[in-house]
Design a protein around this ligand. Structure first.
Ligand SMILES: Nc1ncnc2c1ncn2[C@@H]1O[C@H](COP(=O)(O)OP(=O)(O)OP(=O)(O)O)[C@@H](O)[C@H]1O
Ligand SMILES: [Mg+2]
Length: 334
């Protein structure tokens, strides 16, 4: 099987008053029907990576390198008209804040219908029919009445459902979800996650799901890529990452959640702060915070070490498990 999304050595930097090297050599693959979680703390480059996939970055100040292939097409070579055809039809995006995707001056029904008219060449009447079908599909109560509602007339959870209905109206092959449940309270959050998982399976969509919450990733993802300072620190299946994380940052992320506690670890947070992004990384970006760091970590950027099929970690110690690394450390300090 061929990946439907294939990102190779993606770099994104912004050149305003000061330079920000937000994404530094990210490679990712997503297979058809697969849900990939993009994890990592604030500022690690998750949203910028997603936006690069849709080419939704400020044109003038942004430099993009590497390659992005979506459904067999070279996204970085697309013209504006090709991009508009792709967005909403091949790839759709949903956000933490529905206000970013929904237009306040049109009703929900009009917005969904308009997208169907534009991408599928259907009539407005057919578009409205699809809108009703979609609102029912995302289980908005009294869907028929809600067609004529404006975004501000709906609750947060309902707006989120409406945004999902809009994003999925033209049956995209790929859904990019940027923390779509973070702003919602816990019960609504789980309902939306279950709904997304159900729609994903039903429509056999590929999803890239951004979250900083491992607990959320567990609910929805097949595979995960953990990002740190604009790089993919580690990638593997969700089970591999939870049971046997190999990058010290991924290990730290796990220890800071209840999932880590199930591995018999204490709940801890990682001391220190992520590096400045004003220059591209010359060394391991996690080195200043890493308790396993050795001299070469500060001297040279480590490669992504392959640990099996579609599994890698950007750490020179990647071949050793967390327990092995801790044992060595304890033996050295004893
Ligand atoms: N348009 C922009 N111009 C300049 N810098 C930007 C721009 N967009 C993002 N950045 C910077 O790029 C870095 C990565 O940002 P990004 O939004 O991808 O982080 P994130 O992982 O999504 O974080 P969060 O969890 O807070 O959403 C940050 O340092 C951010 O300030
Ligand atoms: Mg973000």
């Amino acid at each position: 099987m061929k990946p439907i999304v294939s990102v190779r050595d993606l770099t994104v930097s912004f050149h305003g008053e000061r330079a920000v090297h937000a994404v530094n050599g990210v490679s990712l693959d997503v297979m058809p029907g697969e849900v990939l979680g993009l994890l990592g703390e604030s500022g690690s480059g998750k949203s910028v990576t997603l936006r690069a996939l849709m080419r939704l970055l400020p044109k003038k100040r942004t430099r993009i390198g590497g390659s992005i292939e979506v459904a067999g097409q070279d996204v970085l070579a697309m013209r504006d008209d090709q991009l508009s055809n792709m967005r909403g039809k091949v790839v759709s995006m949903i956000f933490q804040e529905p206000a970013l995707a929904l237009d306040p001056v049109y009703t929900i029904g009009e917005q969904i219908a308009e997208s169907v008219v534009r991408h599928e060449g259907k009539s407005m009447k057919e578009g409205k029919e699809r809108a009703l079908e979609m609102l029912e599909r995302v289980r908005i109560p009294s869907a028929k009445r809600r067609l004529d509602a404006y975004p501000h007339e709906m609750s947060g959870g309902m707006r989120q459902r409406a945004m999902i209905a809009l994003a999925l109206a033209c049956k995209p092959k790929i859904l990019l979800a940027d923390e779509p449940t973070t702003a919602l309270d816990a019960t609504v959050q789980i309902q939306i996650l279950l709904l997304l998982r159900e729609l994903q399976a039903e429509m056999d969509m590929s999803v890239i799901f951004v979250t900083h919450d491992l607990g959320v990733a567990v609910e929805i993802c097949d595979r995960v890529a953990v990002m740190y300072a604009g790089e993919v620190a580690e990638t593997g299946t969700l089970a591999q990452l939870v049971r046997d994380p190999r990058h010290p940052y991924a290990q730290g992320l796990l220890s800071s959640t209840v999932l880590g506690a199930t591995r018999g670890e204490k709940l801890t947070t990682i001391p220190g702060a992520p590096p400045s992004l004003s220059t591209p990384p010359q060394a391991c970006s996690f080195e200043p915070r890493c308790r396993f760091a050795v001299a070469s970590c500060a001297a040279k950027r480590p490669p992504a070490v392959a640990l099996g099929e579609r599994r890698a970690a950007r750490c020179i110690h990647a071949e050793r498990t967390a327990d092995e690394k801790i044992a060595t450390l304890e033996a050295e300090t004893a």
